[in-house]
Design a protein around this ligand. Structure first.
Ligand SMILES: *Cc1c(COP(=O)(O)O)cnc(C)c1O
Length: 283
Protein backbone atom coordinates (compact mmCIF):
# COMPACT_ATOMS: atom_id res chain seq x y z
CA UNK A 1 0.00 0.00 0.00
CA UNK A 2 1.26 3.46 -0.86
CA UNK A 3 0.74 6.13 1.74
CA UNK A 4 2.14 9.50 2.70
CA UNK A 5 3.08 10.50 6.22
CA UNK A 6 3.63 13.99 7.55
CA UNK A 7 6.35 12.62 9.83
CA UNK A 8 9.27 10.36 8.93
CA UNK A 9 8.04 6.76 9.32
CA UNK A 10 10.90 5.63 11.60
CA UNK A 11 12.49 6.48 14.91
CA UNK A 12 16.16 7.08 15.55
CA UNK A 13 17.52 5.14 18.52
CA UNK A 14 21.25 5.62 18.26
CA UNK A 15 23.03 8.89 19.04
CA UNK A 16 26.62 10.06 18.64
CA UNK A 17 27.85 12.99 20.74
CA UNK A 18 29.24 16.05 18.93
CA UNK A 19 31.73 18.53 20.36
CA UNK A 20 30.47 22.06 20.83
CA UNK A 21 32.76 25.07 20.25
CA UNK A 22 32.44 28.83 20.62
CA UNK A 23 32.48 31.21 17.66
CA UNK A 24 35.91 32.55 18.75
CA UNK A 25 37.29 28.98 18.79
CA UNK A 26 35.87 28.27 15.34
CA UNK A 27 37.52 31.40 13.94
CA UNK A 28 40.84 30.12 15.35
CA UNK A 29 40.31 26.63 13.89
CA UNK A 30 39.57 28.08 10.44
CA UNK A 31 42.61 30.37 10.49
CA UNK A 32 44.87 27.48 11.51
CA UNK A 33 43.41 25.38 8.65
CA UNK A 34 44.10 28.23 6.16
CA UNK A 35 40.33 28.20 5.48
CA UNK A 36 40.61 24.74 3.89
CA UNK A 37 37.88 22.55 5.45
CA UNK A 38 39.88 19.42 4.53
CA UNK A 39 42.49 20.51 7.11
CA UNK A 40 39.99 20.78 9.98
CA UNK A 41 39.78 17.99 12.53
CA UNK A 42 36.36 16.38 12.81
CA UNK A 43 36.36 17.26 16.53
CA UNK A 44 36.40 20.95 15.53
CA UNK A 45 33.22 20.66 13.46
CA UNK A 46 29.71 20.84 14.94
CA UNK A 47 27.60 20.20 11.80
CA UNK A 48 29.55 18.73 8.88
CA UNK A 49 28.40 19.89 5.44
CA UNK A 50 31.62 18.88 3.67
CA UNK A 51 30.16 15.76 2.09
CA UNK A 52 27.11 13.53 1.77
CA UNK A 53 29.37 10.46 1.98
CA UNK A 54 28.33 8.02 4.70
CA UNK A 55 26.00 10.51 6.39
CA UNK A 56 22.79 8.44 6.39
CA UNK A 57 21.75 6.54 9.51
CA UNK A 58 21.49 2.74 9.12
CA UNK A 59 18.34 0.87 10.03
CA UNK A 60 18.12 -1.63 12.87
CA UNK A 61 17.75 -4.37 10.23
CA UNK A 62 20.95 -3.28 8.47
CA UNK A 63 22.90 -3.38 11.74
CA UNK A 64 21.41 -6.77 12.56
CA UNK A 65 22.38 -8.08 9.09
CA UNK A 66 26.05 -7.33 9.89
CA UNK A 67 25.90 -10.13 12.46
CA UNK A 68 24.57 -12.55 9.84
CA UNK A 69 27.34 -11.63 7.40
CA UNK A 70 29.29 -14.63 6.12
CA UNK A 71 32.96 -13.77 6.65
CA UNK A 72 34.34 -16.95 5.07
CA UNK A 73 37.76 -16.55 3.50
CA UNK A 74 36.47 -17.90 0.17
CA UNK A 75 33.05 -18.62 -1.31
CA UNK A 76 31.16 -16.46 1.20
CA UNK A 77 27.40 -16.45 0.73
CA UNK A 78 27.30 -12.72 1.56
CA UNK A 79 29.48 -12.16 -1.52
CA UNK A 80 27.16 -14.27 -3.68
CA UNK A 81 24.20 -12.20 -2.54
CA UNK A 82 26.07 -8.95 -3.14
CA UNK A 83 27.25 -10.01 -6.61
CA UNK A 84 23.78 -11.20 -7.65
CA UNK A 85 22.18 -7.93 -6.50
CA UNK A 86 24.75 -5.70 -8.23
CA UNK A 87 24.61 -7.83 -11.38
CA UNK A 88 20.83 -7.65 -11.53
CA UNK A 89 20.92 -3.87 -11.20
CA UNK A 90 23.84 -3.06 -13.51
CA UNK A 91 23.69 -5.96 -15.96
CA UNK A 92 27.51 -6.01 -15.87
CA UNK A 93 29.35 -9.32 -15.34
CA UNK A 94 32.63 -8.06 -13.84
CA UNK A 95 32.08 -6.88 -10.27
CA UNK A 96 34.66 -5.79 -7.73
CA UNK A 97 33.63 -4.77 -4.20
CA UNK A 98 35.58 -1.87 -2.68
CA UNK A 99 35.55 -0.26 0.75
CA UNK A 100 34.17 2.98 -0.72
CA UNK A 101 33.77 4.90 -3.98
CA UNK A 102 37.21 6.51 -4.10
CA UNK A 103 38.86 3.08 -3.91
CA UNK A 104 36.93 1.95 -7.01
CA UNK A 105 38.03 5.18 -8.70
CA UNK A 106 41.67 4.62 -7.73
CA UNK A 107 41.58 1.15 -9.30
CA UNK A 108 39.83 2.15 -12.54
CA UNK A 109 41.35 5.59 -13.18
CA UNK A 110 44.78 4.47 -12.01
CA UNK A 111 44.58 1.77 -14.68
CA UNK A 112 43.07 3.86 -17.50
CA UNK A 113 44.81 7.16 -16.72
CA UNK A 114 48.36 8.42 -17.20
CA UNK A 115 50.11 11.37 -18.83
CA UNK A 116 48.56 12.66 -22.06
CA UNK A 117 45.13 11.09 -21.35
CA UNK A 118 41.89 12.99 -20.87
CA UNK A 119 38.75 12.24 -18.88
CA UNK A 120 35.60 14.21 -19.58
CA UNK A 121 32.67 14.56 -17.19
CA UNK A 122 29.52 16.59 -16.54
CA UNK A 123 31.55 17.62 -13.44
CA UNK A 124 34.33 15.60 -11.81
CA UNK A 125 33.65 14.94 -8.14
CA UNK A 126 36.65 15.94 -5.95
CA UNK A 127 37.86 12.37 -5.32
CA UNK A 128 37.36 11.57 -9.03
CA UNK A 129 39.47 14.53 -10.13
CA UNK A 130 42.13 13.72 -7.50
CA UNK A 131 42.47 10.10 -8.68
CA UNK A 132 42.63 11.16 -12.34
CA UNK A 133 45.16 13.94 -11.81
CA UNK A 134 47.27 11.71 -9.54
CA UNK A 135 47.61 9.31 -12.49
CA UNK A 136 48.97 12.19 -14.62
CA UNK A 137 45.82 12.49 -16.76
CA UNK A 138 43.71 15.64 -17.25
CA UNK A 139 40.12 16.00 -15.98
CA UNK A 140 37.83 18.28 -18.01
CA UNK A 141 34.31 19.37 -17.03
CA UNK A 142 31.58 20.02 -19.60
CA UNK A 143 28.52 20.90 -17.48
CA UNK A 144 25.27 21.85 -19.23
CA UNK A 145 24.84 25.50 -20.24
CA UNK A 146 21.78 25.67 -17.95
CA UNK A 147 23.90 24.65 -14.92
CA UNK A 148 25.09 28.18 -14.16
CA UNK A 149 21.84 29.95 -14.96
CA UNK A 150 20.06 30.36 -11.64
CA UNK A 151 17.02 31.87 -13.39
CA UNK A 152 16.47 28.65 -15.34
CA UNK A 153 14.16 26.00 -13.89
CA UNK A 154 15.37 23.35 -16.35
CA UNK A 155 14.95 20.05 -14.49
CA UNK A 156 18.19 18.40 -15.76
CA UNK A 157 20.93 20.92 -15.03
CA UNK A 158 23.27 18.02 -14.25
CA UNK A 159 23.52 17.06 -17.96
CA UNK A 160 26.80 16.89 -19.85
CA UNK A 161 27.07 19.49 -22.62
CA UNK A 162 27.07 17.19 -25.63
CA UNK A 163 28.17 19.83 -28.19
CA UNK A 164 31.34 20.54 -26.22
CA UNK A 165 32.09 16.82 -26.03
CA UNK A 166 31.62 16.49 -29.81
CA UNK A 167 33.88 19.46 -30.44
CA UNK A 168 36.55 18.10 -28.08
CA UNK A 169 36.54 14.73 -29.84
CA UNK A 170 36.78 16.41 -33.27
CA UNK A 171 39.68 18.63 -32.18
CA UNK A 172 41.68 16.16 -30.07
CA UNK A 173 40.77 12.75 -31.41
CA UNK A 174 39.08 9.94 -29.48
CA UNK A 175 42.29 7.99 -28.76
CA UNK A 176 43.45 10.38 -26.02
CA UNK A 177 40.13 10.21 -24.18
CA UNK A 178 40.46 7.47 -21.56
CA UNK A 179 36.82 7.75 -20.54
CA UNK A 180 33.70 9.89 -20.34
CA UNK A 181 32.25 9.92 -16.82
CA UNK A 182 28.60 10.78 -16.31
CA UNK A 183 27.97 11.47 -12.64
CA UNK A 184 24.33 10.91 -11.67
CA UNK A 185 23.23 13.01 -9.96
CA UNK A 186 25.93 15.59 -10.69
CA UNK A 187 27.25 15.92 -7.12
CA UNK A 188 29.83 18.70 -7.57
CA UNK A 189 27.48 20.41 -10.03
CA UNK A 190 25.02 21.13 -7.21
CA UNK A 191 23.63 17.57 -7.04
CA UNK A 192 21.57 18.28 -10.16
CA UNK A 193 19.97 15.35 -12.05
CA UNK A 194 20.89 14.00 -15.50
CA UNK A 195 18.19 13.07 -18.05
CA UNK A 196 17.99 9.67 -19.74
CA UNK A 197 18.04 11.52 -23.05
CA UNK A 198 21.42 13.04 -22.16
CA UNK A 199 22.78 9.65 -21.01
CA UNK A 200 21.64 8.17 -24.34
CA UNK A 201 23.37 10.92 -26.33
CA UNK A 202 26.62 10.52 -24.38
CA UNK A 203 26.46 6.75 -24.77
CA UNK A 204 25.83 6.94 -28.54
CA UNK A 205 28.69 9.38 -29.07
CA UNK A 206 31.07 7.23 -26.99
CA UNK A 207 30.07 4.06 -28.87
CA UNK A 208 30.51 5.81 -32.21
CA UNK A 209 34.09 6.78 -31.26
CA UNK A 210 34.92 3.68 -29.20
CA UNK A 211 35.36 5.69 -25.98
CA UNK A 212 34.73 4.07 -22.60
CA UNK A 213 31.53 5.39 -20.99
CA UNK A 214 31.60 5.25 -17.19
CA UNK A 215 28.63 5.92 -14.93
CA UNK A 216 29.45 7.36 -11.49
CA UNK A 217 26.19 6.07 -10.09
CA UNK A 218 26.21 6.79 -6.35
CA UNK A 219 22.95 8.77 -6.55
CA UNK A 220 21.27 6.83 -9.38
CA UNK A 221 18.23 6.06 -7.23
CA UNK A 222 17.38 9.71 -6.72
CA UNK A 223 18.36 10.49 -10.33
CA UNK A 224 15.76 7.90 -11.37
CA UNK A 225 13.20 9.70 -9.23
CA UNK A 226 13.83 12.92 -11.19
CA UNK A 227 13.61 11.07 -14.53
CA UNK A 228 10.32 9.43 -13.58
CA UNK A 229 8.86 12.77 -12.54
CA UNK A 230 10.28 15.06 -15.25
CA UNK A 231 10.88 12.94 -18.37
CA UNK A 232 7.59 12.08 -20.01
CA UNK A 233 8.60 8.73 -21.54
CA UNK A 234 9.51 7.35 -18.10
CA UNK A 235 6.48 8.24 -15.99
CA UNK A 236 5.21 4.65 -16.01
CA UNK A 237 8.55 2.92 -15.37
CA UNK A 238 9.76 1.90 -11.93
CA UNK A 239 12.83 3.56 -10.42
CA UNK A 240 14.65 0.26 -10.74
CA UNK A 241 13.78 -0.09 -14.45
CA UNK A 242 15.01 3.45 -15.06
CA UNK A 243 18.29 2.73 -13.25
CA UNK A 244 18.71 -0.55 -15.17
CA UNK A 245 18.18 1.24 -18.49
CA UNK A 246 20.80 3.84 -17.60
CA UNK A 247 23.32 1.14 -16.65
CA UNK A 248 22.64 -0.60 -19.97
CA UNK A 249 24.06 2.48 -21.75
CA UNK A 250 27.41 2.34 -19.91
CA UNK A 251 30.59 0.24 -20.15
CA UNK A 252 31.57 0.53 -16.49
CA UNK A 253 30.28 1.97 -13.25
CA UNK A 254 31.71 3.36 -10.03
CA UNK A 255 29.56 3.26 -6.89
CA UNK A 256 29.97 4.88 -3.53
CA UNK A 257 27.45 2.80 -1.56
CA UNK A 258 27.75 5.45 1.17
CA UNK A 259 25.22 7.52 -0.79
CA UNK A 260 22.00 6.01 -2.20
CA UNK A 261 22.77 2.50 -0.88
CA UNK A 262 22.38 4.02 2.60
CA UNK A 263 25.28 2.23 4.27
CA UNK A 264 28.05 3.90 6.22
CA UNK A 265 30.86 2.17 4.32
CA UNK A 266 31.07 0.37 0.96
CA UNK A 267 31.29 0.65 -2.79
CA UNK A 268 31.97 -1.21 -6.00
CA UNK A 269 33.36 -1.15 -9.52
CA UNK A 270 31.58 -2.93 -12.37
CA UNK A 271 32.66 -3.53 -15.98
CA UNK A 272 30.87 -4.90 -19.00
CA UNK A 273 34.17 -6.13 -20.44
CA UNK A 274 37.20 -7.16 -18.41
CA UNK A 275 39.54 -4.17 -18.65
CA UNK A 276 42.44 -6.20 -17.19
CA UNK A 277 42.58 -9.05 -19.72
CA UNK A 278 46.34 -9.69 -19.33
CA UNK A 279 46.76 -12.87 -17.34
CA UNK A 280 45.25 -15.17 -14.76
CA UNK A 281 46.85 -15.29 -11.31
CA UNK A 282 47.02 -18.14 -8.87
CA UNK A 283 47.49 -16.86 -5.33
C1 LIG B 1 31.05 10.38 -2.78
C2 LIG B 1 31.39 10.30 -4.17
C3 LIG B 1 32.52 9.60 -4.60
C4 LIG B 1 33.51 8.98 -3.64
O1 LIG B 1 32.92 8.02 -2.82
P1 LIG B 1 33.39 7.70 -1.32
O2 LIG B 1 32.58 6.50 -0.96
O3 LIG B 1 33.09 8.90 -0.47
O4 LIG B 1 34.85 7.38 -1.38
C5 LIG B 1 32.77 9.53 -5.96
N1 LIG B 1 31.95 10.12 -6.84
C6 LIG B 1 30.85 10.80 -6.48
C7 LIG B 1 29.99 11.43 -7.51
C8 LIG B 1 30.53 10.92 -5.13
O5 LIG B 1 29.44 11.61 -4.78
Amino acid sequence: MQFKTIIEPFKIKSVEPISISTEAERVKYLEAAHYNPFLLKSQQVIIDFLTDSGTSAMSSNQWAALMNGDESYAGAKSWERFEKTVHELTGMPHILPTHQGRAAERILYGHLGGKGKYFISNTHFDTTRANIEFSGATAIDFPSLEANDETSSYPFKGNLEIQQLKKFIDENGAEKIAGVILTVTNNSGGGQPVSMQNAKQVSALCRQHNILFILDCCRIAENSYFIKNHEKAYENKTYKEIAQEMFSLADASIMSAKKDALVNMGGFLTMRKNLWPMHVHNC
